[in-house]
Design a protein around this ligand. Structure first.
Ligand code: ADP
Ligand code: S3P
Ligand code: MG
Length: 169
């Protein structure tokens, strides 16, 4: 088993929201590695960062992503920072990866003051600007398709991705 598609992109790109809609359109399951991590850790992501630190979160993320890439049959959304890990990027070479791109203005509008994303809890605008610049080449490196989400409704974006995954009629 392997995912039908893997969604990557920065926080606020809409991986969770659009992933669910794409899975519904295709009649497949949806999973988000952040939710799996929370279930496994028994606590929300901000608490993992506070109690155990970011390196512990990244280690758990690496394990959960690798397992999901091997076993999950459906649309899989990754957390925005999963692609920072070189091993994860190597695994993604074998998969259909869709990069949901977003520019700073829309990303910040969507995540506000972090909304459960500990990396953005302080100084969200400067942090998001840094994350976008640091990660853009990594998202591009792993992706077979890039879909822009700026100034677009989730339903429209999901329909485009579902059509792309179905392939030519
Ligand atoms: N295309 C979009 N336009 C407007 N708001 C969006 C769009 N995509 C997602 N959102 C909103 O932005 C927030 C973050 O979306 P989410 O799916 O959690 O992103 P990610 O998982 O990539 O961090 C949510 O409140 C969601 O409803
Ligand atoms: O960008 C990141 O490093 C992170 C993004 C979050 O997921 P979303 O991209 O779904 O917000 C979550 O995995 C964690 O807070 C770290
Ligand atoms: Mg998400």
């Amino acid at each position: 088993m392997r995912p039908v598609a893997v969604l990557v992109g920065p926080p606020g790109a809409g991986k969770t929201t659009i992933g669910e809609a794409v899975a519904a359109a295709l009649g497949t399951a949806f999973a988000d590695t952040d939710s799996i991590i929370e279930t496994r850790a028994g606590k929300p992501i901000p608490e993992i960062f506070i109690d155990d630190g970011e390196p512990a979160f990244r280690a758990l993320e690496r394990t959960v992503v690798a397992e999901s890439l091997e076993t999950f049959d459906g649309v899989l959304a990754l957390g925005g920072g999963a692609i920072l890990d070189e091993g994860t990027r190597k695994l993604l070479v074998e998969h259909t990866v869709v990069f949901l791109s977003v520019e700073l203005a829309d990303a910040i509008k969507r995540v506000g003051l972090g909304a459960g994303r500990p990396l953005l809890a302080m100084n969200p605008r400067a942090t998001m600007k840094f994350l976008l610049e640091q990660r853009r080449p990594l998202y591009t490196e792993v992706a077979a398709h890039t879909v822009s989400t700026d100034d677009r409704e989730p339903e429209e974006i999901a329909a485009e991705i579902a059509a792309l995954l179905r392939g030519p009629a």
